[in-house]
Design a binder for this molecule. Structure first.
Ligand code: S3P
Length: 178
Protein backbone atom coordinates (compact mmCIF):
# COMPACT_ATOMS: atom_id res chain seq x y z
CA UNK A 1 0.00 0.00 0.00
CA UNK A 2 1.30 3.40 -0.95
CA UNK A 3 2.10 6.03 1.66
CA UNK A 4 1.66 9.03 -0.59
CA UNK A 5 -0.76 11.79 0.37
CA UNK A 6 -2.80 12.84 -2.65
CA UNK A 7 -4.10 16.37 -2.23
CA UNK A 8 -7.15 17.08 -4.36
CA UNK A 9 -9.62 19.97 -4.53
CA UNK A 10 -10.86 22.80 -6.68
CA UNK A 11 -8.58 25.37 -8.32
CA UNK A 12 -7.53 28.03 -5.87
CA UNK A 13 -8.45 26.18 -2.68
CA UNK A 14 -4.80 26.30 -1.61
CA UNK A 15 -3.40 22.87 -2.50
CA UNK A 16 0.01 24.23 -3.53
CA UNK A 17 0.41 26.48 -0.48
CA UNK A 18 -0.71 23.70 1.84
CA UNK A 19 1.57 21.15 0.18
CA UNK A 20 4.63 23.38 0.48
CA UNK A 21 3.96 24.09 4.16
CA UNK A 22 3.32 20.39 4.83
CA UNK A 23 6.51 19.28 3.10
CA UNK A 24 8.57 21.77 5.04
CA UNK A 25 7.10 20.82 8.42
CA UNK A 26 7.04 17.06 7.94
CA UNK A 27 10.19 16.83 5.83
CA UNK A 28 8.84 15.01 2.81
CA UNK A 29 9.01 15.57 -0.93
CA UNK A 30 6.17 17.52 -2.48
CA UNK A 31 5.36 16.92 -6.14
CA UNK A 32 2.80 18.96 -8.06
CA UNK A 33 1.08 17.26 -11.00
CA UNK A 34 0.84 20.51 -13.01
CA UNK A 35 4.59 21.04 -12.54
CA UNK A 36 5.33 17.47 -13.65
CA UNK A 37 3.20 17.92 -16.75
CA UNK A 38 4.76 21.29 -17.58
CA UNK A 39 8.25 19.87 -17.20
CA UNK A 40 7.51 16.84 -19.37
CA UNK A 41 5.80 18.88 -22.08
CA UNK A 42 8.26 21.76 -21.67
CA UNK A 43 5.24 24.04 -21.94
CA UNK A 44 2.96 25.98 -19.57
CA UNK A 45 -0.48 24.51 -18.76
CA UNK A 46 -2.11 27.54 -20.35
CA UNK A 47 -0.23 26.88 -23.61
CA UNK A 48 -1.04 23.14 -23.54
CA UNK A 49 -4.75 24.02 -23.32
CA UNK A 50 -4.41 26.60 -26.07
CA UNK A 51 -2.35 24.54 -28.50
CA UNK A 52 -3.57 20.99 -27.90
CA UNK A 53 -6.89 21.34 -26.06
CA UNK A 54 -8.20 20.05 -22.75
CA UNK A 55 -8.51 16.42 -23.85
CA UNK A 56 -4.80 16.21 -24.52
CA UNK A 57 -4.05 17.83 -21.15
CA UNK A 58 -6.21 15.17 -19.47
CA UNK A 59 -4.21 12.44 -21.20
CA UNK A 60 -1.05 13.95 -19.76
CA UNK A 61 -2.65 13.86 -16.31
CA UNK A 62 -3.33 10.15 -16.78
CA UNK A 63 0.30 9.56 -17.83
CA UNK A 64 1.38 11.43 -14.76
CA UNK A 65 -0.86 9.28 -12.53
CA UNK A 66 0.58 6.12 -14.09
CA UNK A 67 4.10 7.31 -13.35
CA UNK A 68 3.18 8.09 -9.72
CA UNK A 69 1.61 4.65 -9.37
CA UNK A 70 4.69 2.89 -10.69
CA UNK A 71 7.43 5.06 -9.23
CA UNK A 72 6.50 7.36 -6.33
CA UNK A 73 5.99 6.63 -2.64
CA UNK A 74 6.21 8.42 0.74
CA UNK A 75 5.55 11.77 -0.88
CA UNK A 76 2.95 14.49 -0.91
CA UNK A 77 1.34 14.97 -4.31
CA UNK A 78 -0.62 18.15 -4.94
CA UNK A 79 -2.96 17.64 -7.88
CA UNK A 80 -4.50 19.92 -10.47
CA UNK A 81 -8.21 20.48 -9.86
CA UNK A 82 -9.26 17.98 -12.55
CA UNK A 83 -6.73 15.27 -11.70
CA UNK A 84 -9.35 13.36 -9.66
CA UNK A 85 -10.67 12.01 -12.98
CA UNK A 86 -7.65 9.74 -13.61
CA UNK A 87 -8.65 6.09 -13.50
CA UNK A 88 -6.21 4.98 -10.79
CA UNK A 89 -6.49 7.79 -8.19
CA UNK A 90 -7.16 5.44 -5.27
CA UNK A 91 -4.06 3.39 -6.08
CA UNK A 92 -1.78 6.39 -5.64
CA UNK A 93 -2.12 6.89 -1.86
CA UNK A 94 -4.46 8.42 0.71
CA UNK A 95 -6.71 10.90 -1.07
CA UNK A 96 -7.23 14.10 0.93
CA UNK A 97 -9.78 16.65 -0.26
CA UNK A 98 -9.27 20.30 0.66
CA UNK A 99 -12.81 21.57 0.74
CA UNK A 100 -14.26 25.10 0.76
CA UNK A 101 -17.23 26.92 -0.72
CA UNK A 102 -16.94 28.44 -4.20
CA UNK A 103 -17.35 31.96 -2.82
CA UNK A 104 -14.52 31.47 -0.34
CA UNK A 105 -12.25 30.14 -3.10
CA UNK A 106 -13.11 32.96 -5.48
CA UNK A 107 -12.50 35.51 -2.77
CA UNK A 108 -9.16 33.88 -1.87
CA UNK A 109 -8.00 33.98 -5.48
CA UNK A 110 -9.23 37.43 -6.37
CA UNK A 111 -7.88 39.13 -3.25
CA UNK A 112 -4.44 37.46 -3.40
CA UNK A 113 -1.43 39.72 -3.82
CA UNK A 114 -0.78 38.29 -7.29
CA UNK A 115 -4.45 37.76 -8.11
CA UNK A 116 -4.09 38.56 -11.81
CA UNK A 117 -1.36 35.97 -12.34
CA UNK A 118 -3.20 33.38 -10.27
CA UNK A 119 -6.32 33.73 -12.40
CA UNK A 120 -4.42 34.03 -15.67
CA UNK A 121 -2.55 30.76 -15.36
CA UNK A 122 -5.82 28.86 -14.87
CA UNK A 123 -7.65 28.63 -18.21
CA UNK A 124 -10.74 27.12 -16.60
CA UNK A 125 -11.06 30.09 -14.25
CA UNK A 126 -11.18 32.70 -16.99
CA UNK A 127 -14.97 32.97 -16.66
CA UNK A 128 -16.14 32.93 -13.03
CA UNK A 129 -19.66 31.79 -14.01
CA UNK A 130 -18.29 28.75 -15.83
CA UNK A 131 -15.87 28.05 -13.00
CA UNK A 132 -18.76 28.03 -10.53
CA UNK A 133 -20.66 25.56 -12.71
CA UNK A 134 -17.59 23.32 -12.85
CA UNK A 135 -17.23 23.59 -9.08
CA UNK A 136 -20.83 22.46 -8.58
CA UNK A 137 -20.44 19.60 -11.07
CA UNK A 138 -17.34 18.31 -9.32
CA UNK A 139 -18.37 18.50 -5.68
CA UNK A 140 -19.96 15.07 -5.50
CA UNK A 141 -17.05 13.27 -7.18
CA UNK A 142 -14.47 15.04 -5.03
CA UNK A 143 -16.28 13.91 -1.90
CA UNK A 144 -16.87 10.38 -3.12
CA UNK A 145 -13.22 9.85 -4.03
CA UNK A 146 -11.71 11.35 -0.89
CA UNK A 147 -10.56 9.15 1.99
CA UNK A 148 -10.31 12.26 4.15
CA UNK A 149 -12.12 15.61 3.79
CA UNK A 150 -10.67 18.74 5.34
CA UNK A 151 -12.64 21.96 5.38
CA UNK A 152 -10.12 24.75 5.08
CA UNK A 153 -12.36 27.81 5.40
CA UNK A 154 -11.22 30.16 8.10
CA UNK A 155 -8.48 27.79 9.28
CA UNK A 156 -4.83 28.67 9.69
CA UNK A 157 -2.36 26.89 7.43
CA UNK A 158 -0.61 25.47 10.50
CA UNK A 159 -3.75 23.78 11.75
CA UNK A 160 -4.65 22.48 8.27
CA UNK A 161 -1.33 20.69 7.86
CA UNK A 162 -1.54 19.30 11.39
CA UNK A 163 -5.00 17.94 10.61
CA UNK A 164 -3.75 16.34 7.39
CA UNK A 165 -0.85 14.72 9.22
CA UNK A 166 -2.97 13.42 12.07
CA UNK A 167 -5.73 12.01 9.92
CA UNK A 168 -3.51 10.42 7.25
CA UNK A 169 -1.23 8.85 9.88
CA UNK A 170 -4.24 7.43 11.67
CA UNK A 171 -5.64 5.99 8.45
CA UNK A 172 -2.32 4.34 7.55
CA UNK A 173 -2.01 2.87 11.03
CA UNK A 174 -5.50 1.40 10.78
CA UNK A 175 -4.83 -0.08 7.35
CA UNK A 176 -1.50 -1.54 8.40
CA UNK A 177 -3.05 -3.24 11.42
CA UNK A 178 -5.83 -4.79 9.39
C1 S3P B 1 -7.54 22.45 -13.65
C2 S3P B 1 -6.84 22.92 -12.56
C3 S3P B 1 -5.48 23.48 -12.66
C4 S3P B 1 -4.75 22.88 -13.86
C5 S3P B 1 -5.55 23.07 -15.11
C6 S3P B 1 -6.93 22.40 -15.00
C7 S3P B 1 -8.90 21.92 -13.46
O1 S3P B 1 -4.74 23.21 -11.47
O2 S3P B 1 -4.46 21.53 -13.66
O3 S3P B 1 -5.68 24.43 -15.34
O4 S3P B 1 -9.41 21.19 -14.32
O5 S3P B 1 -9.49 22.18 -12.39
P1 S3P B 1 -5.00 23.97 -10.06
O6 S3P B 1 -6.11 23.25 -9.37
O7 S3P B 1 -3.71 23.83 -9.34
O8 S3P B 1 -5.34 25.37 -10.36
Amino acid sequence: MKKNIILIGFMGVGKGTTARAYAEKYKCFNIDTDDLIESKANCKIKEIFKEHGEKYFRSLEQECANWIESSVDDSLISCGGGFFNVNNLNKLGTVVLLDASYDWIYNRLSTAENAKAKLKKRPLFSEPKKAKKLYNERQESYKELANIIINVEGKELKSIIKEIHKKTSKRLELLENK
